[in-house]
Design a protein around this ligand. Sequence first.
Ligand code: SF4
Ligand code: ZN
Length: 303
Amino acid sequence: MKCRRCGEVAQVALPSHHTGFCPTCFLDFFRAQVARAIRRHRMFGPDERVLVAVSGGKDSLALVHVLGEMGYQVEAMHIDLGITGSSEPIRAFVEDFCRTRGHVLHVVETAADGLAIPDVKRAVRRPICSMCGKIKRHWFNRFAFEHGFAAMATGHNLDDEVSRLFANTLRWDAAYLGGQGPTLPGEGKFVRKVKPLCRLTEFETAAYCFFQGITHWHEACPYSGGASFTSHKRLLADLEQVSPGTKMAFYENFLHTGRPAFAAAGKAGYGELQACAECGYPSSGEICGVCRARRMVAGTGPT
Ligand code: SF4
Ligand code: ZN
């Protein structure tokens, strides 16, 4: 197969786009897809500061790198969860990546907020990943808000978005269907959330990392019990194989037709929230889940 743009030997086949690219033209294609997502979904402009949550996985590393390459005012943030034997090497890896690639990196230690994940796991009687996710989202937003970032970007790709959409559709979960999308506008102390890789698949992101020489952290968290949505991703991969372009069409048609219908039902957005009495960030109750967890770890709240 020949590269569609320059006629050189293609090294990446993209059946969903009925095409293939050589490495140079693939990188142009990748940046063009990111630019299109940013423009079409009004994510941020060149004068706005963007914070990227960098976990050490390929998607977040690819995201901070491509936004930097494209000239955006991007900075990275890593959350050190305080998991002995796991968090230290991941943090060192991310620090090394940002140093060698010239990205500004901020590190937040949850232990400094009384929320080292092993302590939370011991104190809180609920699945640790749900609590850990809540703590990470809280600190990502809080840091972005307190440091004046216009948007916070995550490395969710098309496969993540489509498998989540598929799960929400199977349940006809109107609240989530109304709120799902590549841009969630900011509101009060919530900073705008964006997903610039939403038009790119896992394969395409992996290919970008390969051609850019980006290695990523492979080891799973000791508390992970297997990724959710894996079976949905497998089903969707089968569909894509039979009918290339299905995933993108499903997602685009949802954004165009499905989401407005659910948003009109008034269930999109952040819902009714009040300021947490302890941290001041939006909460569905008097004290937010993160502050409740901190109390439990400290032994000053219910367990
Ligand atoms: Fe947190 Fe580990 Fe669960 Fe991921 S797998 S949410 S890092 S506890
Ligand atoms: Zn709080």
